[in-house]
Every structure is written in structure tokens, then in C-alpha cells.
Design a binder for this molecule. Structure first.
Ligand SMILES: [Zn+2]
Length: 298
């Protein structure tokens, strides 16, 4: 067996993405002849196809690092949620969703789409919350509509083995809700929903497999606390009731990205989008109000 293929039981395999599934790669899960996500890398995907028959492909969401291998899968049926269908069928639609139109990042994103050789594919079947797919004689794969990271993000839960694939509820140090279709409150609700499932093994888009109920629960708590720390960092700018806080005050302050990397231009755009999601949440909770010059504590 290739070393990027890790059996979790006789029919379910964790497929590790290239470079430890670091962007622009991601992990997959193979259940019988059903593959979830295609961003492991073209080389790995070709090898995987030679090892196993793949007839069905579920896409957890539209982000490029999860769908980039679609072009290598001919004669399969593609599945995703209706809210993520458009940018999968037309990858150029990703540009407005990342809010990068008319910025230098627009060209970078276009180059990446070309470099990854991404192609549009037609979605055959739309999936919905609580759909169950029978795989082989034994396995039942349940769809969990878990919006927030994107509008149509789905996780997958096999009922017999209690193995789940969580896509980009990725239990990493960097919870991401930086596209325009993301929603922080939905994201947090989705995390709570998954956290309360009975889980034996969890695979995510960008980490190694996590095993054991206690360990899994702790990882969820850590993930949630990262979002809470972001809440607190943003709220710490609201020291005085009279002084409005504008988005400009929160820009370039390492509120979400504790260190900016070589992708700083993109990170700054995503960071502001994510900060806006926190502000939206605070407004809905009546903590702050939007005024002409910025946001004010209530
Ligand atoms: Zn993603």
C-alpha cells in the first residue's frame, strides 16, 4: 500500500494530502468506491485511481484546495450541496467569493487556478442535510450540512463505524471563514453540532487522523477557544464607549493571523473579511452598533 493511504477499517481509508495536506493540498477520505474531496495532489490521485475503483466523488465545499483534482476524475458522479455548486461548476466564480476582484490577488488566484489545471465539472447530484448513502452492504454515509466555512460546506459521518470527515472544520490553529459566503455564527453552530456527535475517528482537510472520543472532544474545545480569543482581541479595541472603532483601526493588527506570511496580501483581505464576521456576530448579540464613523459599544 502507498504510504499516503491509511486504512481506518477494511473499507474506509484516510488519504493524506501532499506536503502534510498543507495548502494548496488537502486530505481525502475513501469509503468503498466513494471519495470525499480531490485536493490530495494530481500525483497521489493518479496513484489512488490505480489502487481503487472510484465511482462517486463528494465535495465538502468549493475551495480550490479541496476540488483541484476534479479534472482527473472522468466517468464519476460528482456530489455537493446546492449552495456551493456554482464555483465548482465555474471556478472563475471563486474570485468574487474571495473578495479579490481588481486587487493584485486576482491575478495570483487566476495563475493558481491555471497552475493547478483546475477545470469546471458538472455536479450530478445535489446533497442535503441528513441524506444517507448506502455504500456496499454495510456502510451508511450520512451528509451533515455544516455551513459557515462556506455557505454549502458539508461534513460526512459513517453511522456504523462512527468515522467522520469534517472537511474544513479542520481542527487546526486557523479556523477560516474568510470568503464572502462564510458566516461565523453558522460556523460556530456547525462546530457545536459535530462536537456533540458520537465519534470514534475524525479526519479533516488539513490534519492527521484524530482517534478516541476524549481526544476528539478536546480538539473541538481548543478549536472553539481560538475563535473566542479572536472575539476578545477584537472587543479589546472597544475600550471607550464614545470612540467608534472602524475597520481601518483593525487592519494589519494580527488579530486573526498572529503572523503574516509570504501570502500577506491575501491574508490581509481574508483577515478583514473574518473580522467583519465577528462584528456581525457582535451586532446580532446587541454588543455593538454600527454608526457612521464605525462601530460603537452599546
Ligand atoms: Zn476550505
Amino acid at each position: 500500500m502507498n504510504d499516503f493511504i491509511q486504512p481506518l477499517n477494511e473499507d474506509i481509508f484516510f488519504i493524506k494530502g501532499k506536503n502534510n495536506a498543507r495548502y494548496p493540498y488537502s486530505n481525502s477520505l475513501l469509503i468503498g468506491d466513494h471519495l470525499i474531496d480531490t485536493g490530495i495532489s494530481p500525483h497521489y490521485l493518479r496513484k489512488l485511481k490505480r489502487t481503487f475503483p472510484i465511482n462517486h466523488v463528494f465535495l465538502s465545499h468549493w475551495h480550490e484546495d479541496h476540488i483541484s483534482g476534479n479534472y482527473l476524475l472522468n466517468n464519476v458522479k460528482f456530489y455537493c450541496h446546492s449552495k456551493d455548486e456554482l464555483p465548482i461548476e465555474n471556478v472563475k466564480k471563486m474570485i468574487p467569493l474571495y473578495n479579490v476582484r481588481n486587487t493584485p490577488i486576482e491575478d495570483e488566484l487566476k495563475s493558481l487556478i491555471k497552475l493547478l489545471r483546475m477545470q469546471n465539472v458538472k455536479i450530478d447530484t445535489l446533497i442535503e442535510d441528513n441524506d444517507i448513502f448506502n455504500i456496499g452492504n454495510q456502510l451508511k454515509l450520512k451528509v451533515l450540512f455544516t455551513p459557515g466555512h462556506t455557505a454549502g460546506h458539508c461534513a460526512f459521518y459513517e453511522l456504523k463505524t462512527k468515522i467522520a470527515f469534517l472537511g474544513d472544520i479542520d481542527l487546526s490553529k486557523y479556523p477560516f471563514y474568510g470568503s464572502t459566503d462564510a458566516n461565523l455564527e453558522d460556523f460556530e453552530k456547525s462546530i457545536t453540532r459535530i462536537k456533540n456527535l458520537d465519534l470514534n475517528i475524525v479526519a479533516t482537510g488539513h490534519r492527521r487522523v484524530i482517534e478516541g472520543k476524549k481526544k476528539i472532544f478536546e480538539e473541538f474545545e481548543k478549536y472553539e477557544s481560538i475563535i473566542q480569543e479572536r472575539d476578545e482581541r477584537i472587543l479589546s479595541y472597544f475600550s471607550e464607549r464614545e470612540r467608534p472603532v472602524s475597520l481601518k483601526d483593525l487592519k494589519n493588527k494580527n488579530i486573526i493571523y498572529r503572523k503574516y506570511t509570504a501570502f500577506k496580501d491575501f491574508e490581509l483581505i481574508a483577515e478583514i473579511l473574518m473580522i467583519e464576521k465577528h462584528l456581525e456576530k457582535f451586532q446580532n448579540a446587541d454588543l455593538i452598533s454600527k454608526e457612521k464613523k464605525g462601530y460603537l459599544l452599546n
